[in-house]
Design a protein around this ligand. Structure first.
Ligand SMILES: *Cc1c(COP(=O)(O)O)cnc(C)c1O
Length: 449
C-alpha cells in the first residue's frame, strides 16, 4: 500500500528550534528605533518584550533549546502529520508527488500556537500579567488567548473591525479562552482614537491594530506585547514545522524539490522553509523554496526592500523588509491573515539574495484550488493556506507538462472551518478578484523613500 500519512512519535517533537541567523549569508540589518532612527536598544525593546525574546530576536546561536514546559504543551498536537496527497495527484493527473504538512490539527486551528505558547511562557517567567496583541482574521488572537489561559495570564486582543463584524465565532472563541476583545480602531487608545477622528467608519487594518496593542503595552508596566508573525523570534519558534517535516520526508524517502508555503508576515513560511534553506546554503541543495502571497497584498512580489515601520502609528521599530508602506490599506480579501503591508526581515533578506522565490495569486484561483483540494483530501483549508495549495497545484501541472517526477512539499497552515462565509461567497459565484490596480500600487510605493 502507498503510504498516506507520515507520523512521528511524541518523543520526536524537536528539542531545539533552528535559527537561520546562524547560517544566513548576508546578516540581517538591525531594527531601528522609531524615536532615534538608530539601531533599537534592548532597553527600548524591553518596554514591550521579555528579555529572552529580545535575545532570540537578535541571537545567532544555531539551535535554541525549547523549554520543557513548552515542549509538553506542543505535545497536545505535535508532531503534526505530513500527508501524501494521492487523490489530489490523481485529480491533476500529475507524475509529481505532492506532500503537505498539516498545522490545522493544532487546537487553535493553525500554526500560530507554535509561537503563542513560548511567547506566553517567556512573559510569564518574567512576571508579566497580561499580553496585548492585534488580530486580523482572528487566528493569532485565538492562539494567544489559549496560550495565555494555559499560563494563567490575561489577554487583550485588538481585532481588525471588519473581521470583528464578519467573524463573530472567532471572537467568541477568544472570549471562551478568557480574552478581552475590542474592535479596532477602538476608543481605548490614542492611536485608535486618532484614526476614528479622521474616519469614524474605518474598517481597521492590522497596522492600526498593532499600534493600539503596542500603545497598551507601553503604557502598562505589567503588560507586554506579542506579535504573531514577522519578527525573527516568531520565525524561530515556527521552525518546529520544518524540522519535523524534514524527518517525515526522510521517512517517506523523498527530499522535496520544491517547498511551498503561503506568506502574510512570513512566519509559517519561515517555519517550514528555514530547515530546508539551511540545506540549500550549507549543502548546496537545489531546492526551490516558494512563498505564495495574495495579488491583493503583494509585498514580496511588488513591494520595496527598505526600512519601514510595522504599524500605522509608527510605534514599532523600523525593519528592513519588503513592504508596500506602513499605511497601505489592502483590499478586504477573505485571506485576512495575509493582509499585511510588510514581511519578515529574514524572508525579505533571503528573497533579496535570490535564495527563495515569491509568487502572487488571485483570490478566485486560490478558492478553485481550495475546493479541488477539499474534494480530494477531505480537509477544508483556510483561505490563507490555499495560496500554498494553488502554488503546489501549478507546480504539479507544470510537472505533467515537462514529464518531471518531482517531489512537492507544501505547508497547509490551517483549516478553514471558520471561513465558510468565504466559501459561500465563492460557491455562489459572487467572488471578485482583487488584484491591486497599478496606480494604487505606484502611489503606495511612492511614499516609501
Ligand atoms: C496567520 C495565518 C497565516 C499567515 O501567517 P504568516 O506567518 O503571517 O505568514 C497563514 N495561514 C493561516 C491559517 C493563518 O492563520
Amino acid at each position: 500500500m502507498k503510504e498516506t500519512k507520515i507520523l512521528l512519535t511524541e518523543r520526536e517533537i524537536p528539542t531545539h528550534w533552528y535559527n537561520i541567523q546562524a547560517d544566513i549569508p548576508n546578516p540581517l540589518k538591525p531594527p531601528l528605533s522609531p524615536a532615534t532612527g538608530k539601531p533599537a536598544t534592548p532597553d527600548e525593546l524591553g518596554a514591550i518584550f521579555p528579555e529572552e525574546i529580545i535575545k532570540q530576536e537578535t541571537g545567532t546561536q544555531r539551535f535554541v533549546e525549547i523549554p520543557e514546559e513548552v515542549r509538553r504543551l506542543y505535545g497536545l498536537w505535535r508532531p503534526s502529520p505530513v500527508y501524501r496527497a494521492h487523490r489530489l495527484e490523481k485529480a491533476l493527473d500529475t507524475p509529481a508527488r505532492i506532500y503537505f504538512k498539516y498545522e490545522g490539527t493544532s487546537p487553535a486551528g493553525s500554526h500560530k500556537l507554535n509561537t503563542a505558547i513560548p511567547q506566553a511562557y517567556y512573559n510569564k517567567q518574567q512576571g508579566i500579567k497580561r499580553l496585548a496583541t492585534e488580530t486580523g482574521a482572528g487566528q493569532w488572537g485565538t492562539a494567544l488567548s489559549m496560550a495565555c489561559k494555559f499560563f494563567d495570564m490575561e489577554c487583550t486582543v485588538y481585532m481588525v473591525k471588519i473581521s470583528y463584524n464578519q467573524k463573530p465565532y472567532r471572537r467568541s472563541m477568544m472570549q471562551l479562552f478568557g480574552a478581552e476583545v475590542f474592535a479596532s480602531p477602538s476608543d481605548k487608545t490614542d492611536a485608535g482614537r486618532a484614526v476614528l477622528e479622521k474616519d469614524p467608519e474605518s474598517n481597521g487594518s492590522l497596522g492600526i491594530a498593532i499600534s493600539e496593542a503596542v500603545e497598551d503595552a507601553v503604557k502598562n508596566s505589567d503588560t507586554n506585547y506579542a506579535l504573531g508573525s514577522v519578527l525573527n523570534h516568531v520565525v524561530l519558534h515556527q521552525t518546529v514545522i520544518g524540522l519535523e517535516a524534514k524527518k517525515q520526508m526522510e521517512k517517506a524517502g523523498y527530499y522535496p524539490d520544491v517547498v511551498i508555503a503561503c506568506s502574510g508576515g512570513g512566519s509559517n513560511f519561515g517555519g517550514i522553509a528555514m530547515p530546508f534553506v539551511q540545506d540549500k546554503i550549507k549543502e548546496g541543495k537545489k531546492t526551490r523554496i516558494v512563498a505564495a502571497e495574495p495579488a491583493a497584498c503583494p509585498s514580496l512580489t511588488k513591494g520595496k526592500f527598505t526600512y519601514d515601520y510595522g504599524d500605522v502609528a509608527h510605534l514599532t521599530p523600523m525593519m528592513m523588509m519588503y513592504t508596500l508602506g506602513s499605511d497601505f490599506m489592502p483590499p478586504g480579501i477573505h485571506a485576512g491573515g495575509l493582509r499585511y503591508h510588510g514581511s519578515s526581515p529574514i524572508q525579505s533578506q533571503l528573497l533579496h539574495d535570490g535564495i527563495i522565490e515569491a509568487a502572487a495569486f488571485e483570490q478566485q484561483d486560490i478558492f478553485e484550488a481550495a475546493v479541488l483540494f477539499a474534494q480530494s483530501e477531505g480537509i477544508v483549508p483556510a483561505p490563507e493556506s490555499s495560496h500554498a495549495i494553488k502554488a503546489a497545484v501549478d507546480e504539479a501541472i507544470n510537472a505533467k507538462e515537462s514529464g518531471e517526477k518531482k517531489t512537492i512539499l507544501f505547508g497547509l497552515s490551517g483549516h478553514g472551518y471558520f471561513d465558510m462565509a468565504a466559501y459561500d461567497n465563492y460557491l455562489s459565484g459572487q467572488m471578485q478578484n482583487s488584484s491591486l490596480p497599478e496606480d494604487v500600487l505606484d502611489k503606495a510605493l511612492e511614499k516609501l523613500s
